[in-house]
Unconditional design. Structure first.
Length: 74
């Protein structure tokens, strides 16, 4: 957000209207990206929530297990 604020500050201070327009556009794009990332659901936490629900329902554990055909380390 500081970058957005800085871009807008520079746009306000410049006497070049073309530069001000570019800075404002870049600030708007950056703010849009920040807004999108803050409203995007955290997919990993959703997966973890579902895994926890499955474990509670089935009594399973989340402990990683070696495959049945795994060879012992030497």
């Amino acid at each position: 957000m500081r970058q957005v604020t800085s871009l807008l500050k520079f746009a306000k201070e410049t006497t070049n209207p073309q530069l001000a327009a570019v800075l404002i556009e870049k600030a708007a794009d950056l703010k849009s990206q920040v807004d999108e990332s803050s409203t995007t659901p955290d997919l990993l936490s959703n997966v973890n929530d579902k895994s926890d629900e499955t474990c509670r329902a089935t009594g399973a554990t989340m402990t990683p297990q070696a495959p049945d055909d795994a060879q012992p380390e030497r």
